[in-house]
Design a protein around this ligand. Sequence first.
Ligand code: NAP
Ligand code: GDD
Length: 324
Amino acid sequence: MTNKNALITGITGQDGAYLSQLLLSKGYKVHGILARRSTDTLWRLRELGIADEVILLDGDLTDLSSLIRAMEASKADEVYNLGAQSFVGSSWQQPLLTAQVDGVGALNVLEAVRIVNPKGRFYQASTSEMFGLIQAEQQDETTPFYPRSPYGVAKLMAHWATVNYRESFAMHASSGILFNHESPLRGIEFVTRKVTDAVARIKLGLQKELRLGNIDAKRDWGFAGDYVEAMWLMLQQEQGDDYVVATGQTTTVRRMCEIAFGHAGLTMDQHLVIDEKFFRPAEVDVLLGNPAKANAKLGWRPKTSLEDLIVMMLDADLRRLSRG
Ligand code: NAP
Ligand code: GDD
């Protein structure tokens, strides 16, 4: 067990909740930035039974002074920057906010670490979205980036800021280039959870159809619970570095839907409607990661198959909806 302090931005999000659970199990004192919202954002931490075990500090990624205060209050040894406007679809409607939160926000966290505790270790939640219009069939740490959304562009700035602070100030700063990862705690706007929630509703007679956009898109989907272990492992290495975290398998949205409908004993074609509204101005057609470096250097490998993941999510949605 450790007695280290951790600070997590985005603690109320999917990854923030699983990472908090992992760090608490290792003995960390876990602090998290709580951005002011008019709605309740603690449901994920409650669902994992850890809402009372983490220390929440008011702050916002766009407010450097709040991040400096959080660094001072938490005495953080490890800082995980998971906070973001993370929905690619919204980034075309809110490009400036996305740039401020996902791009400049990461720079604010790096500055707060540099000012308060430059020996602190820093993790940046980078993304396979940076590969966008892919320049290699399977993407790894050497593949050139070609972002296709304002979200991808903002995240690319944060990625390079992380590399630059490592090289400029000898900071222990790592960029985890994570491919899509999902769970029962996934936000409802993302396609896997949209599907499992809708299939559960159709199964229970609460809804008739599921409307989706481009179901030919392919993604490399893993389980968020597996992926937060890779984040932690990166900060336990002697030096900061960049790592791709992925399963090495890619699947169409269509096939992912078939798994969900099939598990519920429903016929997909009777319920699925293609709706132009959900197509994007520019699409990332296919993502397929190569996690060889994370495997070799961190000893990390994914443990959960896509089938098991979708079944886990669907069963959780069925339970939630049945409880009312
Ligand atoms: P998520 O569920 O959408 O969580 C995002 C978190 O960021 C929430 O806690 C949110 O707070 C917080 N946040 C938003 N704006 C903020 C602001 N201005 N100041 C402070 N906090 C703010 O995302 P996730 O799936 O856990 O992903 C975690 C990180 O990994 C994100 O940076 C995402 O871009 C990146 N990523 C995710 C994936 C994936 O497949 N899940 C893959 C690669 C990279 P509220 O709850 O108050 O809104
Ligand atoms: N959300 C959504 N809703 N996506 C749909 C729909 C729909 O109705 N229909 C088809 N899709 C397609 C999208 O066009 C995209 O090609 C794919 O499903 C996955 O969409 P999302 O689940 O929204 O995820 P994403 O790949 O755009 O972004 C997620 O993964 C990134 C890592 O690659 C997010 O978690 C990002 O934050 C993350 O960085």
